[in-house]
Design a protein around this ligand. Structure first.
Ligand SMILES: *Cc1c(COP(=O)(O)O)cnc(C)c1O
Length: 847
């Protein structure tokens, strides 16, 4: 595990991480050895690499503790308005390196490990990702936590501590196979359980009417146990909290069995009840109306609301006001952001607490709720919108169903007053969907119960106003806003691409880390040959490193001189990985047809998980792998074209591959991808984008100029027109020889000779039910890819565009996004208030 000499030379280069102070290195070594001895109970003869990882993690964690306590004390003292980010997903990835970067102790830890003969990168690789998310929505929540801490907001994330995060994807014979993600097996050094703060959550039961009031009785009670994870800001001593709830059966659980002598069964049943926090639902952009999922959603809302109300009540105004008894100031002190409709039950639950428990009158309670909650919409795909059957709500949450009906009755009266006799409109806007099985439309609940509704990119916010929620926009035009998504530049540049971070820092200093729009200063540098050569050199190094990683880990050889063309994201028909695959087939056919013709070499890397129940997505993975097998083993192709399916795409893999990308594929059908955030990560790391005018691609283009991005395909308006006129994919198939050939090969078993009919369902799906208009956009896509290859031949021209991509990416910092939420939704001024460094006060030697 000793670092080779050239690594030591590399470490000594001047870098943005600075130089490690000798005292810090000594302190870290001491703390590391102490943890190995006292916490891990090992000596260096028997310690495993995992023991070393844990020792380092505990050492780094120690640096957070005083800052964490101090930050929370400080919030208690000054009692600022709190922001609560409620989300069923927090896709955090790894914590060790992020903590070192944000605390500015990376070079010290690096040096300390080096002096101990350990390779810090090898230790970092041992950490399991916290994979408590599916994709963009969950990763957004994680980026937001980083930005809220960096901006010094009194913010809290609330979520569920799933025992099993997003499944591990294995590829076996080209098929996706899922394995459970047992991420807690070796323990989690970053969390602190708080069993003393367990809170009760009720389920089932019935509603009792007692002298004009409603009571929820005969419920089953479970407990929510909090686990707190620190969220450090970058360079500011703020440490916020991510509080995740785990389900615990109370000691009295199933007590009636005990009296029947069914002791063993009663104790065993506790496990079953605790299944609520067992596993993350692996669907991205798909609603699956399962009872367990409904319970998860309510579990999060009920626990989090009790917790934040307790905090509201206990907060003090100076010394005068020891305990709050009135809710009059609640909405001035609390903002609740709902990450999609998943935590939408917070709305009826807050009503229930205020009306049933706190004796607040309905109208007043409703006023409080609608000034506290805000809702972020993440998709317009109809299959993703949550609509819970009334019968299921009646069973699991009977009191909430009554409250939802009351909210609906009052709301529809308002609609009726505004549009008398417009019964169609009333039916469209009702929270209760009739016709077939009765369902509650949770997006409608959120819009009615929130002070603000936002989309996540300009084009998406327009679509929800004009189409998805048109009726609601006409009623509440001022509620609707846009908040274009962003990514944290700490993880997605400083941490994952230190080479590029150094090149940038050399040119414009380091303040871009907290003020990303400063990257604009690089615009002039895009005319300097040295700068261009420097960013190209870093890109080439990143590509070599990725090639080596893929060689060592997966035994695939790739050509580092080829275009690294990447599409990594959840596998979904609307994201059109199949169109990418068809393009690969076209390139393959061109090489086969004319092996001597010049060809710009490409390596197409595709990665992503399919929801386990999503048959078509899994077939697409199999097809990509089979096409890859054919292409990669054809001697005529050589190293002109390679296809790699990246197994188990997740946050830590994203950090490894994105810095090595030349080309980013963002090719969803216009109008289907709400924003995308993968697109931003690639842009920030100097990849060029081939994409449609969809989601945040539109704003990326506005920032960098049309000439620096490869835009193809229909606009939203053209897509609408195509379907209005009656879309016939066969027309495109028959008039495009390359498309026809590729589709025919898929259909005839060219890529599945052992099972010739294996992929004919894909062929027929395209020809008869091409929901995402892949055939219609295909020619435009292939032509655009030709331009990509053409440009790549001129490395200098390519580098200029790459530099301008980086220079234009400042808007896509999640710091900018969070500033907008703070000012325009939450009503707070980002303070950026510097907390004192506890280390400076000598309060603790190893804070
Ligand atoms: C950023 C990210 C995503 C979102 O990617 P999109 O291309 O925006 O869908 C999904 N998964 C992981 C692991 C990510 O880091």
């Amino acid at each position: 595990m000793t670092s080779p000499q050239n690594d030591s030379e590399k470490r000594k280069q001047i870098s943005i991480r600075g130089i490690a102070p000798v005292e810090n290195v000594a302190t870290i070594k001491k703390s590391f050895n102490r943890h190995l001895h006292y916490t891990l109970v090992k000596d260096r003869n028997v310690a495993t690499p995992r023991d070393y990882y844990f020792s380092l993690a505990y050492t780094v964690r120690d640096h957070l503790v005083s800052r964490w306590i101090r930050t929370q004390q400080y919030y208690y003292e000054i009692d600022p308005k709190r922001v609560y980010y409620l989300s069923l997903e927090f896709y955090m990835g790894r914590t060790l390196s992020n903590t070192m970067v944000n605390l500015g102790i990376q070079s010290s830890c690096d040096e300390a490990m080096y002096q101990l003969g350990l390779d810090i990168e090898e230790l970092e690789e041992i950490e399991q990702d916290a994979g408590l998310g599916n994709g963009g929505l969950g990763r957004l929540a994680a980026c937001f936590l980083d930005s809220m801490a960096t901006l010094g907001l009194a913010a809290y994330g609330y979520g569920i501590r799933y025992d099993y995060g997003i499944f591990t994807q294995k590829i076996e014979n080209g098929w996706q196979v899922e394995e459970p993600d047992d991420w807690l097996r070796y323990g989690n050094p970053w969390e602190k359980s708080r069993p003393e703060y367990c809170l009760p959550v009720n389920f089932f039961g019935r509603v009792q009417h007692v002298n004009g009031r409603e009571k929820w009785v005969d419920t089953q009670v479970l407990f929510a146990m909090p686990y707190d994870t620190p969220v450090p800001g970058y360079g500011n001593n703020t440490v916020n909290t991510l509080r995740l709830w785990s389900c615990k059966a109370p000691n009295q659980f199933n007590l009636h069995f005990f009296n029947n002598g069914e002791y063993i069964n009663a104790v065993c049943d506790r496990n079953y009840a605790e299944n609520i926090s067992r596993v993350l639902y692996p669907n991205d952009n798909v609603f699956e109306g399962k009872e367990l999922r409904l319970k998860q959603e309510y579990f999060l809302c009920a626990a989090s609301l009790q917790d934040l109300i307790r905090r509201f009540k206990s907060s003090t105004f100076g010394q005068q006001n020891p305990v709050r008894t009135s809710f009059d100031t609640f909405a001035d002190k609390v903002a609740i952001q709902l990450n999609d409709t998943h935590p939408s039950l917070a709305i009826p639950e807050l009503m229930r607490i205020l009306v049933d428990i706190e004796n607040v009158a309905w109208d007043k309670a409703w006023d409080i709720v609608t000034r506290t909650c805000a809702y972020t919409n993440h998709t317009v795909l109809p299959e993703a919108l949550e609509r819970w059957p009334v019968s299921l709500l009646q069973h699991v949450l009977p009191r909430h169903l009554v409250i939802l009906y009351e909210i609906n009755a009052r709301f529809l009266r308002e609609v009726g007053k505004r549009w008398p006799g417009d019964n169609d409109r009333i039916a469209r806007m009702s929270l209760v969907e009739e016709g077939g099985e009765k369902k509650i439309n949770m997006a409608n609940v959120c819009i009615v119960g929130s002070k603000a509704v936002n989309g996540v990119a300009a084009i998406h916010s327009d679509i929800i106003k004009k189409t998805t929620f048109k009726d609601f926009y006409e009623m509440y035009p001022k509620k609707f806003q846009n908040k274009t998504n962003g990514i944290t530049p700490r993880r997605w540049l400083l941490l994952c691409n230190p080479g590029l971070a150094d090149v940038i820092a050399e040119k414009i200093g380091e303040s871009w880390v907290v003020s990303l729009s400063e990257l604009r200063k690089l615009t002039s540098a895009s005319k300097e040959e040295t700068f261009l050569r420097n960013i190209m050199k870093v890109k080439q190094e990143n590509k070599m490193k990725l090639a080596q990683f893929l060689q060592e880990k997966y035994r695939v050889r790739i050509n580092p001189a080829s275009i690294f063309d990447m599409q990594v994201k959840r596998i979904h028909e609307y994201k059109r990985q199949l169109m990418n695959c068809l393009h690969i087939i076209v390139l393959y056919n061109r090489i086969k047809k004319n092996p001597q013709a010049p060809f710009v070499p490409r390596t197409v890397l595709i990665g992503g998980k399919a929801a386990p129940g999503y048959h078509t997505a899994k077939m697409i993975i199999k097809l990509i792998n089979n096409v890859g097998r054919t292409v990669n083993n054809d001697p005529i192709v050589g190293d002109k074209l390679k296809v790699v399916f990246l197994e188990n795409y997740r946050v830590s893999l994203a950090e490894k591959i994105i810095p090595a990308a030349d080309l980013s594929e963002q090719i969803s059908l216009a109008g289907t991808e709400a924003s995308g955030t993968g697109n931003m990560k690639f842009m920030l790391n100097g990849a060029l984008t081939i994409g449609t005018l969809d989601g945040a691609n539109v704003e990326m283009m506005e920032e960098m100029g049309r000439e620096n991005i490869f835009i193809f395909g229909m606009t939203v308006e053209q897509v609408e027109e195509l379907f209005r006129k009656g879309y016939n994919p066969r027309h495109f198939y028959e008039s495009d020889d390359e498309l026809k050939q590729a589709m025919d090969q898929i259909n005839s078993g060219y890529f599945s000779p052992d099972q010739p009919g294996l992929f004919s369902e894909i062929y027929h799906g395209l020809l008869h039910n091409d929901r995402f208009a892949l055939c219609a956009d295909f020619r435009s896509y292939v032509d655009c890819q030709n331009q990509v290859s053409e440009l790549y031949k001129d490395q200098m021209k390519w580098a200029v565009k790459a530099a301008l991509n980086i220079a234009s990416s400042g808007k896509f910092s999640s710091d900018r996004t969070i500033n907008e939420y703070a000012k325009e939704i939450w009503g707070i001024e980002p303070s950026s208030l510097k907390l004192p460094n506890p280390a400076d006060k000598g309060s603790a030697k190893e804070d």
